[in-house]
Design a protein around this ligand. Structure first.
Ligand code: AR6
Length: 171
């Protein structure tokens, strides 16, 4: 299993699926969601409309349309409300359900943004360990998903993921 962290715009990545940090309507928004819909084109919104939304913690899959990625896995992260309102469990569900969908769709490579860590306010230094633990657990469970990339928008975010990945490698 290969887990890496890079600094990039997730809409440029050539992978089987990129994950979208969506909202429960699945009808687009700001942040990475807006960037993905702009790059994929209006066909993505059309397919999302047919899905009828997605509850927090769950995930849905669509095609990638004009994106280089073949598919988009849309997941809805929790809004950060201080950490005592079930946020870690819901965030873990986002990563686990996204990985389960990738495996059941026979996808080998997946790229994740920092779900909930932008507009939804989840501190990345608390979210990244949850992301990494869930991805590792699911990669052990499903050997089909061989490659996962944590796609960071800022240098600071990349350092946080790289430090975590280094710590895991040293064990
Ligand atoms: N590529 C990679 N990462 C990105 C990109 C990009 N093009 N753009 C932003 N990020 P956010 P959330 C990073 O706010 O917190 C939307 O309106 C960003 O720096 O996109 O889950 C939805 O519709 C941050 O690290 O998602 C929801 O309403 C991470 O992606 C709401 O925002 C996630 O930030 C979801 O908020």
């Amino acid at each position: 299993m290969v887990i890496t962290a890079i600094r990039a715009d997730i809409t440029t990545l050539i992978v089987d699926a990129i994950v979208n940090a969506a909202n429960a309507s699945l009808l687009g928004g700001g942040g990475v969601d807006g960037a993905i819909h702009r790059a994929a084109g209006p066909e993505l919104l059309h397919e999302c409309r047919l899905l009828g939304g997605c509850p927090t913690g769950e995930a849905r899959i669509t095609r990638g349309y004009r994106l280089p990625a073949k598919h988009v896995i849309h997941t809805v992260g929790p809004v950060w409300r201080g950490g005592l309102h079930g946020e870690p469990g819901l965030l873990a569900s986002c990563y686990r359900n996204s990985m389960d969908l990738a495996a059941s769709s026979r996808l080998a490579s997946v790229a994740f943004p920092g779900i909930s860590t932008g507009i939804y306010g989840y501190p990345l230094e608390l979210a990244a360990p949850v992301a990494l633990a869930c991805v590792r657990e699911k990669m052990r469970e499903h050997d089909g998903v061989g490659s996962v990339v944590f796609c960071c928008f800022s240098e600071r975010d990349l350092v946080i993921y790289q430090d975590l990945l280094d710590a895991v490698r040293l064990h």
